[in-house]
Design a protein around this ligand. Structure first.
Ligand SMILES: Cc1ncc(C[n+]2csc(CCOP(=O)(O)OP(=O)(O)O)c2C)c(N)n1
Ligand SMILES: [Mg+2]
Length: 346
């Protein structure tokens, strides 16, 4: 038996309207908009380059989910510790990490964020607060709990953030992590990007209830479920949960309901491989585009006009092209460095 606790949030035909910007500062909104456009265009570039054979390894794209990382990151500081997984380009870039470093990593170049040794799923940029992503689903969730424990012991007021998917909550370690962080009162924000799919399976085929916030309730963790395509809503809710964590109130759990436009991996839509999503669903979710909904809201408030949006789009597009061209001609790591980070004290 399936039950829906997400209601209209999971309905492709709802939440198409411009987002409500009352109470938001125009300068914050402009920053969110630019960051979302940078992430969108970076991932679209990766999609095209992968399709055309310029990228050797797989890329898991989060196009359509940009509001999540941008909203959450708006409340973070450089000393916080953020962890991601296989679909983490946005988590990295929203912290202010360089697009060129991401492109170089995906191309296996020495100038990449992991010195070209990791590729798209092993990203790292500690100076900007990104402590790493790995392809093992839920693999970094307990690491975030450890970072939360360190922050608590050192009384830094910092938080740890674990980004995970609706599929990742099916891993046992997530439940141990929720339990431990709650009982120890650790400053950890669990951000579940519920895009309704894990690989090719819809959540209704995998879980009896579509909302994952029940696991926070079971562990007595403050939680919220929000429209993940509304950047302001994500930012405001994350800010509340994070400030409670910073002031000793223990972990928080933010479930953001969103959708990825592409299939599980690379640029295809996956509707041809037996996935139960239709072209109409994809079109409806595209109409919930977090960027367009912010732009329309800003236009209604008179904060931006069409021409300014187009200028922003073309400036960012040019920056992305420059970043790609620079990464493409960077050197590969030298073969003698291959084992540098495999053995300690080598
Ligand atoms: C431990 C483990 N099991 C299975 C996989 C294969 N796998 C990669 S991504 C994925 C689905 C993850 O779904 P979700 O957590 O919802 O993230 P999304 O892909 O939707 O962003 C699976 C099963 C894996 N990488 N690691
Ligand atoms: Mg998912």
């Amino acid at each position: 038996m399936n039950a829906s606790n997400l209601g209209t949030l999971a309905d492709p035909a709802s939440h198409h309207q411009p987002i409500d910007l009352n109470g938001s500062e125009p300068k914050d909104l402009l920053r969110y908009l630019r960051q979302m456009i940078v992430i969108r265009k970076s991932e679209q570039k990766l999609a095209a380059m992968r399709r055309d054979g310029f990228i050797g390894g797989p890329v898991h794209l989060g196009v359509g989910q940009e509001a999540v990382a941008v909203g959450v990151s708006s409340t973070l500081r450089k000393t916080d510790r953020v962890f991601g997984a296989h679909r983490s380009h946005s988590h990295l870039l929203a912290l202010g990490s360089s697009v060129k470093g991401l492109f170089a990593e995906v191309l296996g170049k020495d100038t990449g964020h992991s010195r070209g040794m990791g590729g798209s799923m092993h990203l790292w940029d500690q100076p900007n607060g990104f402590y790493g992503s790995v392809p093992i689903v839920a693999g970094t969730v307990p690491l975030a709990v450890g970072a939360g424990l360190a922050a608590k012991l050192q009384a830094t007021g910092d938080v740890a953030v674990a980004y995970l998917g609706d599929g990742a909550v099916e891993e046992g370690v997530v439940h141990e992590s929720l339990n431990l962080s709650s009982i120890l009162g650790l400053p950890v924000l669990f951000v579940v990007e519920n895009n309704l799919f894990a690989s090719h399976m819809h959540i209704s085929l995998r879980q009896p209830i579509d909302s994952t916030a029940r696991f926070a309730a079971a562990n007595n963790i403050p939680h919220a479920v929000v429209d993940g395509n509304d950047v302001v809503n994500v930012a405001t809710t994350a800010s509340r949960l994070v400030s409670d964590s910073r002031t000793g109130k223990g972990p928080g759990f933010l479930e953001v309901v969103t959708y990825r436009w592409y299939g599980h991996v690379d640029w295809r839509e996956d509707i041809d491989v037996g996935v139960n999503r239709s072209t109409a669903d994809i079109e409806n979710w595209r109409a919930k585009d977090p960027i367009a909904r912010l732009v329309r809201g800003m236009e209604l408030m008179g904060y931006i006009n069409d021409e300014q949006v187009q200028n922003m789009e073309s400036t960012v597009a040019a920056e992305i092209e420059t970043a790609w061209e620079a990464a493409a001609v960077d050197p590969y790591p030298s073969p003698e460095r291959l084992l540098d980070r495999v053995y300690a004290n080598r």
